[in-house]
Design a protein around this ligand. Sequence first.
Ligand code: CP3
Length: 341
Amino acid sequence: MENRLSKTLIGQKTDRPALWMMRQAGRYLPEYRQTREQAGNFWTLCFTPDLASEVTLQPIRRFDYDAAIIFSDILVIPKALGQKVEFAPNHGPLLEPLDWQAITHFSDWTDFEQVLAPVYEAISQTKNSLAPSKDLIGFAGSPWTIATYMIDGGKGNEFSLSRHSLTTIDNLQSLLKILTQAISLHLINQVKAGATVLQIFDSWAALVPADLREDVLFKPLRQIIATVRQSVGDIPLIYFGRGISESYAKLAQKKLGIAFGVDQHSNLIALDQSLPQDIPLQGNLDPETLVEGGEKLERAVYHILEVAKNRPFIFNLGHGILPHTPIAHVDRVCELVRQAA
Ligand code: CP3
């Protein structure tokens, strides 16, 4: 048996590319919709270890992916820092207005860990039910991506307040500092509970102009990596900076020992050529192509497998799976990737 994901991430060869899908537990699965209904509320699902563990395992049972990702959300962090977060039906997240004073002086880390304890319990439960050949992915949002939701109270007007905060950067920096601390602690606790791989979702990285990415995105990222590895050792880590893969080559020069997630709008061939051959990449099937299926899907999968041949590679989507994705199309992708041995 091999743990294809963690092996790939430490640069070892595997029989075929590791396979999982971002947002693999979710509304495209009837069994998820059923458990979701049973829970009633999204937060109840996230914070009830039995239920969170159950939906984490559902996609593994059905598709036998190489890794489970713990069912939770990036917005558990603002919630644990005391900012109210709700999910209105068909609206996405809604956060109460940010109290900058309170948040930048936050110091009650015991409380913070107590709110998040059910996530860690869900991880240890899941770990106990998962075959040893499967990795268990713990995750967090990046400081910037979490900050965008906290500042705009949701997606707002395309995150106009967050984008404005980049022009008055001092306040933003103090928020990023607290978030860096919170995220590091949350990732460390997930590893202690049983996560074998970590992913950092930087879904809104592309809102930051190139000249500010070092300060707003990469310095906090490096600090999180250093803090986490100082505490728990050399845990494999994937950074998914959506829309900024053109910055990866420069970031890779820092020899961070991390893998990079690639979105579907990035040119995988160009990226492959610009990065050292030992750096693992993950991606980047277009979730819309997965919905569409047919010959276009087959060609897209073969294209990715072909480009990926020469480096440690994890087959994934370029962003989360869409709720209206036909299950048969997911089955087909699994089949094609498994044939790539
Ligand atoms: O299967 C998995 O990948 C694990 C669980 C997971 C969820 N959210 C569950 C979820 C993960 C890894 C996330 C990450 C997440 N959450 C991100 C980063 C990835 C990305 O998509 O860019 C972001 C930005 C969020 C914030 C968030 N949570 C939004 C914007 C929404 C609403 C939009 C939507 O898809 O409905 C959520 C809710 C959410 N998180 C759902 C799920 C399955 C849907 C809620 C439901 O089932 O009612």
